[in-house]
Design a protein around this ligand. Sequence first.
Ligand SMILES: *Cc1c(COP(=O)(O)O)cnc(C)c1O
Length: 383
Amino acid sequence: MKFPSMAEANGRTLGDEEVAAVERVIRSGMLNSVWGSEARALEAEIARLYGARHAITCSSGTAALHLSVVACAPDPGDEIITTPITDFGTVAPILAQNAVPVFADVDPRDGNLDPDAVARLIGPRTKAIMAVHLFGAPARVGELRALADEHGLMLIEDCAQAWLTELPGGRLAGTMGQIGCLSLQQWKHITCGDGGVTITDDDELARRMRLFADKGWDRAAGRSHASFGLNYRMTELQAAVARAQLAKLPGVVAARRRTAVQLLEALKDLPGVRLPRPDGHAWWLFPVVCPDGDAPELAAHLAAAGIPARAGDLAEPLNRAPVWGAAIYGTSRFPLDGYTPHPCPRAERMVERTLLVIDWNENYTSEHVELIAREMAKFRSRP
Ligand SMILES: *Cc1c(COP(=O)(O)O)cnc(C)c1O
């Protein structure tokens, strides 16, 4: 049985609407979002969807996270606490602003940041907490926001895997922190190839992010540069495709939820696996925890049956990445001189032994779900 993949047309929702959107932009002659209308319209649509005052488009999810760190304005050497189980796009922007990533350990049930582990690492140089809603499961950002407020820190939410993830009480992930970051990269719920968006209710944070994404250029002030910035602008082509995709987002998430719940039901009596909680989950992937440590063997069994499953998700948690032993700028390791990331034993065990992820997709049918459930049961009942 073939599984639809986000790398192929059969696992994406790209169709006539996106083709028409691209054609509309090309025929208009204006492909740049400074003078066009598509990126501004996408911002208005995302701001409305999230109930946020501002949405700011940019060229990637990593760029969105970079804008959020810029807005937070750490001094060189200041620390930002984040999770070791995430895409490197969460961490690269911290380094880009000469700040220091501090890795806190995770909750072994879902791989999301453990607020108690975060609390233990807050020190005089801590500037922000960057939480990731891993695989689409809501991180404990209510507790993290309380912690951040108590210590005068900013909370940034990385929602690259968490479009329409709901927090307890129903509000959307990305609206609990001062800034939420979204990605439109090929492998996310919706895509325009690459693209990013930040959301915030804070006018000053929004101003800093807009300036940085446009070379520090305050367009209202003539050809005058107010601050340091790069060119992180989204193009009109990306924005037009993203708008067509955004209209399909509720359907994408609803379909993923429908089949994920079917799989949860089918696996509910299977021994040796801890299943994800469905509450608010946006099912970017379907994660399973194998507390006995046989996730690599289960992943190999599923992969041999043609199911797109992997153990660990990463080669190593980011606190163990080779980058921390390398030079950062030229021959310099600034601001990481003398830096060794903290051990994160629970994240390390998850990545090495207990975490299994199954690619998820809005075009899965009950047949896909049944095959996965059958093969998982077969693995568990082997002699
Ligand atoms: C994909 C991803 C990013 C980076 O987004 P890009 O658009 O690929 O730059 C950051 N964080 C997480 C959690 C991601 O999944």
